[in-house]
Design a protein around this ligand. Structure first.
Ligand code: PLP
Length: 408
């Protein structure tokens, strides 16, 4: 096959993506630690201005916290930049051990294991489990990283409609009768971040017990934000001990990068021993781990962060409703606003940035289905009432100009 073929096909693909309005343009930002959630935005003409970020996953602003930055600076000076290898070959730092112990304790589990991202944690853990020939029951809205993990190995994948525990039970019941000895895993999330819905953790735990399945829960958008100590939604609803494997990230409320799983010692040891995404890659740099340890300590010791987040998220939702901007019903700190067209969604966010100094990234296919393109707003404890008022006024003005439907 000629190189011309590749060049032409690649060009055609890019033209198609652009014509569908889903060509991804990254906002070029410099976050300002002492002014979270403000950042400097650089446009393509070399100009810069200060803007407010309304779509960050640094949900608590801990990636900008002076205590976290101090811990990282200190570790960088003490230990240097990189980890120096894979975990097995010279790349296990004492701080990795400390963070793994802390994360295991945070979730009430025997052991935890670090990965270089939440994505890699899901991919690796679920592919290692898939090698055991299980049936995996997967919520239809599970994240791409979980789906990617289940594709490996010998697992049979059964997808149940989002949060439909009735459909899940039908699968479990039929498979238990037909094949009682086949291992079963139910894989789901606690906070579905594009829909702002909550997984039915208690119901799923009950089904898992009834049908002898194990539970794999992605708490990426809940760790730090829910539960008395910030361990997540399973802690919040009182069933953390019943979840077999909890997966989380350091890339969101912890404000760093990296992911992890926590569970029974032998399960974690198995994934550590066979997981390719764990074995064949350089481990996290010590200063990142030091930052995660500092952030985790703050999360555990500062419940007020969670109540402030909840207050500001509620306030944001109330103000949007008062301005008659139709939001999707949100059960958490994330507020999706559906625009329904990729081009309009992009045009709306461009205007918010250009005219109002507000940055919201348009969320397009394949992250959400076509026709359901949306803005995904994330409040934080440090988004003030004045920032919320500015956002809602700007959004209402543009909503009117775009002639989008208002809340009845
Ligand atoms: N799981 C879910 C539900 C996510 O939304 C994401 C990322 O957005 C991930 C896993 C991956 O986490 P990370 O960003 O740490 O790779």
């Amino acid at each position: 096959m000629s190189t011309d073929f590749f060049e032409q096909t690649i060009r055609d693909n890019l033209v198609k993506i652009k014509s569908e309005g889903r060509y991804r343009v990254f906002a070029d930002l410099e976050r300002i630690p002492e002014k979270f959630p403000q950042a400097i935005y650089h446009n393509k003409y070399g100009e810069a201005k200060e803007i407010t970020i309304w779509c960050s996953n640094d949900y608590l602003g801990l990636g900008q916290d002076p205590r976290v930055i101090a811990a990282m600076t200190d570790a960088l000076e003490k230990y240097g930049a990189g980890a120096g290898g894979t975990r097995n070959i010279a790349g296990t730092h004492h701080l990795h051990q400390i963070l793994e112990e802390k994360l295991a304790a945070h979730h009430g589990k025997e052991k935890s294991l670090l990965f270089t991202s939440g994505y890699v944690a899901n991919l690796t853990a679920l592919s290692a489990l898939s090698a055991l020939n299980p049936i995996i029951y997967s919520d239809a809205l599970n994240h791409n990283s979980m789906i990617a993990g289940m594709r490996y190995g010998k697992a049979t994948k059964k997808i149940f409609p989002h949060n439909d525990v009735g459909a899940l039970e039908k699968f479990l019941d039929a498979d238990t009768r037909a094949n009682p000895d086949r291992p079963k895993i139910i894989a789901f999330e606690s906070v579905y971040s594009m829909e702002a819905t909550l997984g039915k953790i208690k119901d799923i735990v009950a089904l898992a017990k009834k049908y002898s399945a194990i539970t794999y829960l992605d708490e990426v958008h809940a760790v730090g934000l829910y539960g008395a100590t910030g361990a997540g939604m399973a802690e919040e609803v009182g069933v953390m001990a019943d979840i077999d494997i909890i997966q989380g990230t350091m890339g969101k409320a912890i404000g760093q990068i990296g992911g992890y799983i926590a569970g029974k010692a032998e399960v974690v040891d198995y994934i550590r021993s066979i997981g390719h995404g764990f074995i064949f890659t350089t481990s996290l740099p010590p200063h990142v781990v030091a930052g995660a340890i500092a952030a985790l300590d703050i999360i555990r010791n500062t419940p007020s962060l969670r109540s402030e987040l909840s207050t500001q998220a509620k306030h944001l939702k109330q103000q949007l409703t008062a301005a008659k901007i139709p939001t999707m019903e949100s059960q958490c700190h994330i507020v999706p606003v559906v625009i329904g067209s990729a081009n309009q969604c992009k045009a709306m966010t461009d205007r918010l940035l250009m005219r109002h100094d507000i940055y919201i990234q348009p969320i397009n296919y394949p992250t959400v289905p076509r026709g359901a393109e949306r803005l995904r707003l994330t409040a934080s404890p440090r988004h003030t009432d004045a920032m919320i008022a500015t956002l809602v006024t700007a959004l209402a003005k543009e909503w009117q100009e775009f002639q989008l439907p208002w809340l009845a």
